[in-house]
Design a protein around this ligand. Structure first.
Ligand code: FAD
Ligand code: NAG
Ligand code: NAG
Ligand code: NAG
Length: 517
C-alpha cells in the first residue's frame, strides 16, 4: 500500500534492482521430472509463425520480468506460443494432446507461484494476442480477451463512464483473477468479480470451443467461478458493466502509535457492513527493523461521485493520518494509484488465510492475532535477510460479509463455498525482496508464519479453511479446493472429470491449483 514513505522506499528499490541485473531464480519446489518437451516441435508443424524459441525477441520479451509479477516465476520454457484466436488455442490443445506436450498458460502473469503460469522445457502459451475488448450495443456487457490487465480495461471503459468489478491494482491480469473469484471494489454491490461474468468462451480438452453460461454448460459456468485452470482455456470473458464516472477513494495512512485504533476501526467496519457502496482494504506495513515497527494504511473506496466522508468510514477519519489521498477520481486513476505499490522486476510472494466470525470482538481478536504473530516472527526473517534487500513486508485483511455473499447468491453462485451467515476476513501476507539467494529463506519464513497464524486462529475458534486463490502461495496449492468445503470440492472434481476425462489440464498443464491432482 502506498504512502509517501512507501513511495520513497519503492523508488529506491527499483533503482537497486535495475542496478544489479536480477538473475533468474528457481523455486526448489517445482518438479520438472514429468515434463515432456514434445509440444514445441508439434506446434511448429501447424502454427509455425506463432511459435518462438529462445533466440527470438518475442520469446525474450514474453519470458521476461516485464510479463511476470515476480522473478520467481521466470523459468526456461522451450518455446513461447502466441495464439491469435480461439481457433489457434483449439488447434494447439489438440496438437498438445496428441503429442503429449507439456505446457503452461499465462494471462497477466500475476500469480506469484513458480510453475503456475510458466514451465521449464515445455510450451509457454501466452494470451497476449487475444485482445478482444468491446462493448455490447447497449453497453451492458464487456467482452474481454485474456490478454488484458485491469488497468487497460478501466481506461477503455472510462470513455463511456463505465467500469467492471475487477482487480484493485492496474497491473493485475484479467483471466487469472476471474478464474480465482476476484475481490473487487464493488463486492458489496455485486459480489465477486466472477459473479458478474455472464458467459465464457472456453477451449475444452477435446479442442472444441464452447460457450458456458447460465443456460448452456451451466455446470462448467459455475466451476469457472473459482475453479481455476482445471476445465479449459478461457479465450473470452463477457462481463456486466457498472456505471461509473468517479468514485470517492484513496489511501489513508496512520502512524505506528495509531495502528491499534485503525485495527479496531477495521473490526467495527467489518462487523457492520451496511453500506453497499463501500469497500476497504486495511494493511499494516513494516517500517523499522530494530525495534520491529509498522504503520497502517487503509484503502477506502466509496462508489459515489457526490458523497464524501460517508458514515461507514467515520471511525477511520477520527484517527489522525500521516497520509491521505481521498478524492474523487476515476477507477482507472485509482487503480493506477494503488498499482504504484507494485515494484516490477523483483521477487515477491503472497500467502493467504481467512478469519471467520460474527461479532466485533471476534473479528478484532482475529485481526490482532494475525497481526501480532506476523510481526513477532519478523526478527527471524531479519536475522537471515538484510533489511536493505527487503522491499515490502505487509499483511492485509479483506472483509467479505452478508451484502457481498447475497450478491453472489443473487447472481447464481460460485465455487468458493462461503457462508452468508458469517463474516470473513481474507488475509494476505505480502513479502517482496531483492535477490534470488533469499528465495528459499523468504518462502520458508512465510510458510512457517502462515502455519503458526493458522494454528492460533484454530485455537481461538475463528479459523476458516477458505484461502483466497489470488493470494495463496506455492505451499498452499496442495488440496487447495478442500478449503471450498467438501461439497464444492466434489462438485468441481466431477465437472473437471466430465469435461476433461483424460486429465489433460492436470497432467500436460501441471502448474497452479489442480483439483484431485
Ligand atoms: C499486486 C497484486 C495485486 C492483486 N490484486 C488483486 C485484487 O485486487 N483482487 C483479486 O481478486 N486478486 C488480486 N490479486 C491476485 C490475482 O487475482 C491473481 O494473481 C491472479 O492469478 C492474476 O491473474 P493473471 O491473469 O495476472 O494471472 P496468471 O498468472 O497469468 O494466471 C493465473 C493462473 O490462471 C491460469 N490462466 C491464466 N489465463 C488463463 C486462461 N485464459 N484460461 C485458463 N487458465 C488461465 C494460469 O495458468 C495460472 O495458473 C493481486 C495479485 C497481485 C500480485
Ligand atoms: C501478436 O501481436 C503483436 C503486437 O501487436 C504482433 O506484432 C504479432 O504479429 C502478433 N502475432 C504473433 C503471432 O506474435
Ligand atoms: C453500523 O454502521 C452504520 C453506518 O454505516 C451506523 O449508522 C450504525 O450505527 C452501525 N451500527 C452498529 C451496531 O455499529
Ligand atoms: C487488540 O489489541 C489492542 C492493542 O494492540 C488491545 O487494546 C485490544 O484489547 C486487543 N483486542 C482484542 C480483542 O484482543
Amino acid at each position: 500500500m502506498s504512502s509517501s514513505l512507501l513511495k520513497f522506499l519503492l523508488a529506491s528499490v527499483v533503482t537497486l534492482a535495475s542496478a544489479r541485473g536480477i538473475s533468474l531464480p528457481r523455486d526448489a519446489e517445482v518438479s520438472t521430472a514429468a515434463i515432456s518437451s514434445a509440444g514445441c516441435a508439434a506446434l511448429s508443424k501447424v502454427l509455425s509463425t506463432k511459435v518462438f524459441y529462445a533466440d527470438s525477441p518475442v520469446y525474450q520479451y514474453e519470458n521476461s520480468a516485464s510479463e511476470f509479477w515476480s522473478n520467481v516465476q521466470i523459468l526456461a520454457p522451450l518455446c513461447v506460443f502466441r495464439p491469435e484466436s480461439s481457433g489457434d488455442v483449439a488447434t494447439a490443445v489438440s496438437v498438445l494432446r496428441k503429442s503429449s506436450g507439456s505446457f503452461a498458460v499465462r494471462g497477466g502473469g500475476h500469480m506469484g507461484i513458480a510453475g503456475a503460469n510458466n514451465i521449464d522445457n515445455g510450451v509457454l502459451m501466452v494470451m497476449s494476442n487475444l485482445t478482444t475488448l468491446s462493448l455490447s450495443s447497449d453497453k451492458s456487457i464487456l467482452s474481454m480477451g485474456p490478454s488484458h490487465r485491469w488497468g487497460e480495461v478501466y481506461k477503455f471503459l472510462a470513455d463511456y463512464d463505465l467500469t467492471v468489478p475487477g482487480g484493485r491494482l492496474s497491473p493485475v491480469g484479467v483471466p487469472g483473477l476471474l478464474l480465482a473469484g476476484g475481490v473487487n471494489f464493488y463486492g458489496n454491490q455485486v459480489g465477486f468479480s466472477a459473479d458478474n461474468v455472464i458467459q465464457y468462451e472456453v477451449v475444452l480438452a477435446t479442442g472444441n470451443i464452447v460457450y458456458a453460461s447460465k443456460s448452456s454448460y451451466s455446470d462448467l459456468f459455475w466451476a469457472l467461478k473459482g475453479g481455476s485452470s482445471n476445465f479449459g482455456i478461457v479465450t473470452r470473458f463477457d462481463i456486466k458493466t457498472i456505471p461509473s464516472k468517479k468514485v470517492w477513494a484513496g489511501i489513508y495512512s496512520v502512524a505506528s502509535a495509531n495502528v491499534p485504533a485503525l485495527l479496531a476501526a477495521t473490526a467495527e467496519y467489518a462487523a457492520n457492513i451496511t453500506d453497499p457502496l463501500s469497500h476497504i482494504v486495511p494493511a499494516t506495513i513494516a517500517t523499522t527493523r530494530d525495534p520491529v515497527d509498522f504503520i497502517a494504511a487503509v484503502i477506502l473506496f466509496y462508489d459515489s461521485d457526490t458523497i464524501t466522508y460517508p458514515d461507514c468510514f467515520k471511525q477511520f477519519f477520527e484517527i489522525p493520518s500521516i497520509g491521505n489521498t481521498m478524492a474523487f477520481k476515476t477507477i482507472a486513476d485509482f487503480a493506477d494509484e494503488t498499482g504504484t505499490a507494485v515494484v516490477p522486476g523483483i521477487n515477491d510472494i503472497f500467502a493467504a488465510g481467512t478469519i471467520v466470525g460474527t461479532t466485533y470482538d471476534e473479528l478484532l481478536m482475529g485481526i490482532n492475532l494475525t497481526n501480532s504473530i506476523f510481526y513477532e516472527r519478523l526478527p527471524l526473517l531479519y536475522d537471515q535477510v538484510p533489511a536493505s534487500e527487503i522491499s515490502i513486508i505487509q499483511i492485509d485483511w479483506q472483509p467479505i460479509g452478508k451484502l457481498w455473499m447475497d450478491a453472489t447468491t443473487a447472481a447464481g453462485g460460485n465455487a468458493l463455498g462461503l457462508d452468508s451467515s458469517k463474516i470473513y476476513l481474507a488475509w494476505a501476507e505480502v513479502l517482496e525482496w531483492i535477490g534470488s539467494e533469499y528465495d528459499d529463506i523468504c518462502l520458508q519464513w512465510i510458510k512457517e508464519t502462515t502455519t503458526v497464524i493458522k494454528e492460533a486462529t484454530k485455537t481461538a475458534g475463528i479459523y476458516s479453511s477458505f484461502d483466497y486463490m489470488g493470494d495463496a502461495a506455492s505451499f498452499q496449492t496442495e488440496a487447495f479446493f478442500a478449503g471450498y468445503g467438501a461439497e464444492n470440492e466434489a462438485k468441481l472434481l466431477s465437472i473437471s472429470r466430465k469435461y476433461d476425462p483424460n486429465r489433460l489440464f492436470q497432467t500436460l498443464m501441471p502448474g497452479g491449483f489442480k483439483i484431485g491432482a
